[in-house]
Design a protein around this ligand. Structure first.
Ligand SMILES: Cc1cc2nc3c(=O)[nH]c(=O)nc-3n(C[C@H](O)[C@H](O)[C@H](O)COP(=O)(O)OP(=O)(O)OC[C@H]3O[C@@H](n4cnc5c(N)ncnc54)[C@H](O)[C@@H]3O)c2cc1C
Length: 377
């Protein structure tokens, strides 16, 4: 036996699972095909939105609260600035599909928020060119996560706690036996009591057929623009935002380099055959829609894309993650399928995965993320 637990893939979630597992056991090992936080994974693109306000299953709210505390713990433990606490705005048509359902979820979970009328929003955040019926909801706990710092901090903290890390070690196979899980990379073999599969857009290669059928790797692109006056788009003045106004939608974050601002079309994940070769160029249609939307939404940005890129993420058919054992008693634990929304909760998901895979603690109320939900369909 080479250890209690192996974590396969040290990206967004695997790095956090390794960090958390290293707090619980001295016998954890991480394998990463390239290096942690490499730029072709779902860590790429500088920042991810963190927000406590969302629409959908209330079960995410306790994980968000825990994740928020853990982001602060990771910062304290490593001395890194990871979460830029700049607040967040959800903007949209007052009676449209977005704001009323966001407020309904917020009413159920009791998240802190402030409703901004059209006039209040226009006065406080003139960077946004609103439509007549737009209002906004302010999230005081939202912010922008610095992705590469987060992942490298978690791996460094895990190593400081005694975890072993193998970089440039792609795992080819995992085979469950009565005694453990045999893990191979090229001609090397290890055996662990349990394994967490956190290989993001590459996870299907290590999955049983029932989960291959329930998942798809998708490409998500990002775009950046130059600000006419960058101070207006600094974290002090420009919260992260998601906006769905009529037929247009966009999300973005304040400037991190003092020049460019991330502003990207929302909900554009599209199937891609290989996580290793996601097309990085935007199509003419993507460029045209992005440019038109920025032209309308942000008079303070030059409406030419100055930087763009695209990254893989694993989506499930119901849009919720895969977090749990492959079957009851299985030694293989999935922490993948985050479907375009996993980073904000990476610390919380990582903690759940570490505790459950090491058999320390199980968490209730998570049926909506358990892989076994796909067995019955
Ligand atoms: C462009 C974009 C924007 C997004 N915006 C947001 C946002 O604003 N807010 C939010 O919360 N979420 C957002 N998401 C979603 C979030 O980033 C992802 O859900 C999350 O990062 C997925 O993490 P992961 O650990 O599953 O995958 P990754 O971070 O991609 O990590 C997988 C790792 O596994 C490694 N690996 C793969 N195969 C193997 C193997 N066989 N052996 C060893 N290692 C292996 C890879 O090299 C990689 O490092 C966005 C995603 C993208 C792509």
């Amino acid at each position: 036996m080479d250890g209690k637990l192996a974590v396969i893939g040290l990206g967004s979630i695997g790095s956090m699972a390794l960090w958390q597992a290293s707090r619980l056991s001295e016998s954890v090992t991480g394998f990463e095909a390239q290096s942690p936080a490499h730029a072709r994974s779902a860590v790429g693109g500088d920042t991810r939105l963190f927000r406590m306000l969302y629409r959908g299953i209330p079960g995410y709210y306790p994980i968000l609260k825990r994740s928020r505390s853990l982001w602060a713990e990771l910062e304290a433990e490593t001395g890194q600035d990871i979460l830029t606490r700049c607040g967040g705005l959800s903007i949209g048509t007052a009676d449209g599909p977005y704001i009323p359902s966001l407020l309904e979820t917020t009413r159920i979970n009791g998240a802190d928020h402030e409703i901004l009328s059209h006039e209040e929003m226009a006065e406080r955040y003139p960077q946004h060119n609103l439509r007549e019926d737009d209002i906004a909801v302010y999230d005081p706990h939202a912010g922008a996560l610095r992705t590469d710092r987060a992942v490298t901090a978690a791996v460094t903290a895990a190593e400081a706690n005694g975890a072993t890390v193998h970089t440039n070690t792609p795992i080819d196979s995992i085979t469950e036996t009565d005694d453990g899980v045999v893990v191979t990379s090229g001609d090397k073999t290890w055996t662990f009591e349990s394994v967490i599969v956190s290989s993001g857009g590459w996870s299907q290669r290590l999955m049983p057929d029932y989960l291959k059928a329930a998942t798809q790797t998708k490409r998500i692109f990002l775009s950046w623009f130059v600000a006419r006056n960058p101070a207006e788009f600094s974290p002090e003045r420009f919260p992260i935002f998601i906006r769905i106004s009529g037929d247009r939608s966009m999300y973005g974050a304040p400037t991190v380099d003092g020049v460019t601002v991330k502003a990207t079309l929302d909900g554009r994940g599209a199937p891609t055959p290989q996580a290793d070769s996601v097309p990085r160029e935007l199509t003419p249609a993507e460029i045209a829609e992005t440019t038109e939307t920025v032209t309308e939404f942000f008079p303070g940005l030059y409406p030419n894309i100055v930087r763009s890129d695209a990254f893989p993420d694993l989506y499930t058919t119901d849009g919720h993650p895969l977090l749990g054992r492959l079957s009851e008693g299985s030694r293989i634990y999935c922490a993948t399928g985050f479907s375009g929304g996993g980073f904000k909760n990476a610390t919380g998901f990582g903690e759940i995965a570490a505790h459950e895979a090491l058999g320390k603690q199980t968490f209730d109320g998570l049926d909506f993320v358990r892989p076994q939900r796909f067995r019955t369909r």
